[in-house]
Structures are given as C-alpha cells and as structure tokens.
Design a protein around this ligand. Structure first.
Ligand code: PBG
Ligand code: ZN
Length: 279
C-alpha cells in the first residue's frame, strides 16, 4: 500500500528519527522474521528482528519504543496463538500460547523496549506476561494491552504488509464480536485486573463509542488503534480525488481524541505531526 513499507534495521533508523523529529510520541514495531514456521520459533529469540531493532532504536535514536507481542507474524499458519489439529478440526489453543507470548515479551523488554503491547487476544496473557517480566527483573516495563480488539474487516492491508493472513479459518475464536460492547468492557476489566497499564480499543473509527465507554468507566489510560483499513479507505478516496486527505485525517484523529483516547496509534502519525506543526 502507498506509503507503507517493510523496513530493515538500516532503513528503520532514519524513519524513526524522522518521526521523532516531527514530534511523534512513540513508535510501534512489528517483526517479520526471515523465515516463518509452525511454532513461530523466531518469536522469542534475543537475536530476533525485534530485539535487534529495539537495540538499534534505543542506541541510535531518542524514540520511545513499543513492541507488538504476538505469534501471527512469526508462525506460518498466521494465527495469533498455537494451533492444534488439522483442516476443519484445527483450533487455536489459548493456554499453550501464554508461555510463548511471555517469553517474547521478556526478549523485547530485555532488549530495551519501553512498552510491550500484546495483540493476540488470548485470555490470561496480560497476567502471564506481567509475571514473566517481574521474574526477569523487568517489573518497570509497562504493558499496553490490546484489550478490546474486534474481529474486524479493517485489518486487511496490515495482514498483506506483514504476510500474516490466517492460512485457514479466521480470528473470531479469539477476537471480539463487533456487536458485543459489553463483552469488550469485560475484556478491558480483565486486562486491568491482570496488570495492564494502558488499555487499547481497536479499530478506532467504528468503535468510538467503546473508546468513550472505556475511558469513562475505567478512568484508565486508553489507546486507540486506527487500523490499516481505516488508513486505506482515506488513501484510496484521496488518490481518486474524492476526499481531501489532510482535512479528513485531522477530522478523524480529532474524533478519536474527542471520544477519549489518550494515545492514538495511526499510520498517519508522522504526516499528522507535520501537519499539526504547520498550524
Ligand atoms: C494481529 C494484529 C492485527 C493488527 C495488528 N496486529 C490484526 C489482525 O490481523 O488480527 C492490525 C493492524 C492494522 O490493521 O492496522 N496480532
Ligand atoms: Zn496476531
């Protein structure tokens, strides 16, 4: 997609520097390993692409670095958890996934990640990650939890960029039903009870009501993730001359902020920071 690239470490650093320079508050890193396998065995390595990228960012830039913690980027099946069985009988197994996620989070934090952000939606993973971080003497590393993450049609461009589309089935056994707002609130409360420091609602634009409810009902720091499909819609319309990109983007970001988000994760971050600086 226009304006979205995979980076190696050498091209990442100038990109991160430019973001910091523009006034972006933090970067969120997603890892794509050299090779994917069934277990996602690259995911917890101290020499994996993310620990390497984190070390480079922390040594060479002043960016606050957040890392995505999940299995789908590393596993060849593209699911966010451990898969058992074959064909129609295949299932994503919650509990065996927790240990892998915890090891991945520790590897990221040990490399210097400022915040770890689990995006898998397995139950109990915030507690498992918190316990492992504490045991590794990384108790001051905060967890930004994808707490209310919906099974959404707005993730398509991301999955293409990250090569993480599920090989079979879908993510509805672990991501939330878009119709069920109360379940989302329960998920948010569970993550807070387990030790999440910041809770996230994702996507943003179709879920502004939940951003507001989470903020009002929990008082917690709330992040909103404007997903790749939200970006793609505006990009496509702008490319056709059907919408004015700058005005539309600033209006959308303002609405997410108005709904109650303290943090906005967006593919427009650098561009928006530049527009805002222009006044
Ligand atoms: C998966 C993950 C997804 C995104 C980030 N991590 C979505 C998914 O495939 O379920 C979405 C990113 C986006 O669409 O911008 N752990
Ligand atoms: Zn995932």
């Amino acid at each position: 997609m226009r304006g979205v690239y995979q980076h190696s470490i050498d091209t990442l650093i100038p990109e991160v520097e430019a973001a910091v320079e523009a006034g972006v508050g933090a970067v969120l890193l997603f890892g794509i390993p050299e090779s994917k396998d069934e277990q996602g065995s690259q995911s917890a390595s101290d020499d994996g692409i993310i620990p390497m990228a984190v070390r480079a960012c922390k040594e060479r830039t002043s960016a606050l670095v957040i890392t995505d913690v999940c299995l789908c980027e590393y596993a060849d099946h593209g699911h966010c958890g451990v898969v058992r069985g074959q064909g129609d009988g295949a299932t994503v197994e919650n509990d065996p996934t927790l240990e892998l996620l915890a090891r991945q989070a520790v590897a990221h934090a040990r490399a210097g990640a400022d915040i770890v952000a689990p995006s898998d939606m397995m139950d109990g993973r915030v507690a498992a990650i918190r316990r492992s971080l504490d045991e590794a003497e990384l108790s001051s590393t905060p967890i930004l939890s994808y707490a209310a993450k919906f099974a959404s049609a707005f993730y398509g461009p991301f999955r293409e960029a990250v090569e993480s589309s599920p090989r079979f089935g879908d993510r509805r056994s672990y991501q939330l039903d878009p119709a069920n707002a109360d379940e989302a609130l329960r998920e948010v409360r569970m993550d807070i009870d387990e030790g999440a420091d910041i809770v996230m609602v994702k996507p943003a634009l179709a879920y502004l009501d939940l951003i507001r409810r989470v903020k009002t009902e929990t008082g917690y720091p709330v992040a909103a993730y404007s997903a790749s499909g939200e970006y793609a819609m505006v990009k496509a319309a702008a490319a056709n001359g059907w919408i004015e990109e700058k005005a539309a983007v600033l209006e959308i970001l303002t609405s997410i902020r108005r709904a109650g988000a303290d943090i906005i994760i967006t593919y427009w971050a650098r561009q928006a920071a530049e527009w805002l600086a222009e006044g």
